[in-house]
Design a protein around this ligand. Structure first.
Ligand SMILES: Cc1cc2nc3c(=O)[nH]c(=O)nc-3n(C[C@H](O)[C@H](O)[C@H](O)COP(=O)(O)OP(=O)(O)OC[C@H]3O[C@@H](n4cnc5c(N)ncnc54)[C@H](O)[C@@H]3O)c2cc1C
Length: 343
């Protein structure tokens, strides 16, 4: 049994920024993560660049520089996060997934496969991308089908069906076509949403479609996958068409795991089932329980919460728990500098 004043779950960028500020305030806290620090970023496709500029995703006052002054890749950002952990000597208990969390009159009890933790305050900075959004169609779990795009080389000179129409699917289609794959893209809508796809990707995809380097099937969705082939169904009528596919990438978004919220009895609201919070403190309907980072948004249908507009959560939570306001040099002020939408 380990006791601490604050139990902090999650060591993504916002969990780490919180840890730095709790440590600075002299708080007795313990930090747990189900995987490695920055775990969510470890499964970005290789060499994928953030759409956010480096100054917006920097944390804890540590500058983020890239070798070519471009936006950081996932790999560069992970190296940066490791540096932050080392610089502030953060003791993150990695590979400890919280499987159960309860609360009583004197605080919280949290269980991992390795230990039980007790604390007066609990902060969930657990993100919102725990599992892929499944299509529930036959063949979805076959070995040549994946919900994650890791790198394009695997698909060189292969027939690849990509399903989806947002950043992940659009970027995968471009990169795999450029890497010599025979790409077919299926999307349930007619047009890609210019407001949510990285602005530099759309013209490139449209050009690849126009020149026949990507075959586009708008207003379709896969209804069945089998080895070497897939069946697309129209979203408008009962038309079906079969196509050859050596590999299938289902890039249709991610869901937040609500288990901890449910175990703790947190009130959730709206289509995203996001936790109801007191804005000044980020406290949930359960006293002493706070939520930070993209976890605040629930399952994001349309992304509105990112690293850059989550930094203010850090200040609010540290102030609520410790009574101290973190010094401005430790919390990224991108949200106010760029006048970002309310988080
Ligand atoms: C390809 C791609 C590109 C992206 N580009 C951008 C971008 O440009 N800008 C941007 O802001 N965002 C981007 N994102 C989203 C970005 O990953 C999130 O905004 C960011 O990671 C959120 O930080 P966070 O600290 O709130 O949560 P996360 O980074 O998701 O961290 C949550 C942590 O909690 C841990 N955890 C979860 N459940 C448990 C549990 N039960 N027990 C213990 N630990 C747990 C996880 O292992 C994880 O390490 C992108 C995502 C993808 C997939």
């Amino acid at each position: 049994m380990t006791e601490a004043e604050v139990i902090l779950v999650g060591a993504g960028p916002i969990g780490l920024e919180l840890a730095v500020c709790l440590k600075h305030a002299g708080s007795d806290y313990v930090q747990l993560d189900a995987g490695q620090v920055g775990q969510t970023i470890t499964w970005y496709p290789r060499q994928t660049r953030f759409f956010s500029g480096p100054d917006r995703i920097a944390i804890a006052g540590v500058p983020l520089n890239t070798v070519n002054q471009e936006k950081a890749t996932g790999e560069e950002y992970l190296a940066y996060l490791r540096g932050v952990v080392q610089q502030f000597d953060l003791k993150v208990r990695t590979y400890e997934k919280v499987t159960r969390a309860t609360h009583g009159v004197d605080g919280f009890e949290v269980q991992t496969p390795k230990d039980t933790y007790r604390g007066r305050h609990l902060v969930l900075a657990i993100g919102d991308m725990h599992a892929p959004r499944r299509l529930a169609i036959p063949g979805e779990d076959l070995p040549h089908v994946s919900h994650y795009f890791d790198e394009p080389h695997r698909y060189f000179q292969k027939r690849l069906l990509i399903v989806g129409g947002k950043n992940s699917a659009v970027e995968a289609a471009i990169r795999c076509a450029r890497a010599g794959a025979d790409v077919t893209l299926s999307y349930r809508k007619q047009h890609f949403d210019a407001g949510s796809v990285k602005y530099w990707l759309l013209p490139e995809l449209e050009s690849l479609i126009k020149t026949g380097r990507v075959t586009y099937h708008p207003r379709t969705t896969p209804v069945e996958i089998a080895e070497g082939r897939a069946v697309l169904g129209s979203v408008d009528d009962s038309t079906r068409s079969e196509l050859a596919a050596d590999f299938v990438l289902l890039l249709t978004g991610y869901l937040q795991d609500k288990t901890l919220f449910e175990q703790l009895g947190v009130e959730l609201e709206g289509a995203n089932a996001s936790p109801v919070l007191e804005k000044e403190t980020m406290q949930t309907s359960v006293p002493g329980l706070y939520v930070a980072g993209t976890a605040v948004a629930g399952t994001q249908e349309r992304f509105r919460l990112f690293i850059e507009n989550s930094h203010p959560h850090v200040t609010r939570i540290v102030r609520a728990i410790t009574g101290q306001t973190p010094p401005p040099q430790l919390v990224n002020d991108a949200a106010s500098r760029y006048n970002l939408a309310e988080s």
